[in-house]
Design a protein around this ligand. Structure first.
Ligand code: SF4
Length: 88
């Protein structure tokens, strides 16, 4: 049997992240399921805890994530870690 060797590439550098919980009282704005909506400020956003829902509105259906106020909170609150990077 031929002697076969394989070159093992070096492991990629490991990015070190410090997982810091978002401080403050429990509220949608600090939940990892909360996502602000472009151009709508920080006072409300979409809850992405579950799949989009269908809501009948007028003549058609509207599909999307429920909109919640940043100060709201539900029983599925899960504190966000590592605030989103800005300017990336
Ligand atoms: S409604 Fe509940 S799960 Fe959704 S963002 Fe607010 S606290 Fe999180």
């Amino acid at each position: 049997m031929p002697n076969v060797s394989f070159a093992v590439p070096p492991a990629p550098p490991v990015a070190r992240r410090v997982h810091v919980p978002v401080p403050g009282p429990e509220a949608c704005a600090r939940c990892r399921h909360f996502e602000t909506v472009d151009g709508q400020g920080e006072s409300w956003g979409a809850c992405r805890r579950h799949a989009p829902v269908v809501a009948a509105r007028g003549a058609g259906d509207l599909r999307g994530w429920p909109l919640v106020y940043a100060v709201n909170r539900c029983g599925d609150f899960d504190r966000a870690y590592d605030p989103p990077l800005t300017g990336a």
